[in-house]
Design a protein around this ligand. Structure first.
Ligand SMILES: [Zn+2]
Length: 96
């Protein structure tokens, strides 16, 4: 199984998800985005956040498509939080 983020947009032109062998990003309803490579192609465009035309999720121009399996939107910092990295940062409380 290949994670979609390992595929470059130029190599994904003929790919439509879901597709066997490719793990796509999952939206808030648990569905895979049919073509998640658009946002990362739009770096430098004055778009900012917009709705992905393929799945409708909110994405950010120049940043990889959100994947609700591994990320969540933090409303206090207004940034995507990688849940894997966040879990690794959780330091156990060892105070007496
Ligand atoms: Zn999408």
């Amino acid at each position: 199984m290949i994670h979609w983020s390992k595929i470059q947009p130029k190599d994904a032109a003929d790919i439509v998800l879901p597709r066997q062998g490719i793990q796509g990003p999952v939206d808030t309803e648990g569905k895979e985005c049919p073509w998640p490579w658009e946002p990362q192609q739009l770096g430098g465009r004055p778009l900012g956040m917009y709705h992905c035309p393929y799945c409708g999720d909110i994405v950010v121009a120049g940043v990889s498509h959100v994947d609700y399996v591994t990320e969540r939107w933090d409303t206090t910092t207004a940034q995507w939080v990688n849940l894997v990295e966040e879990a690794e940062r959780q330091v156990p409380d060892v105070s007496p």
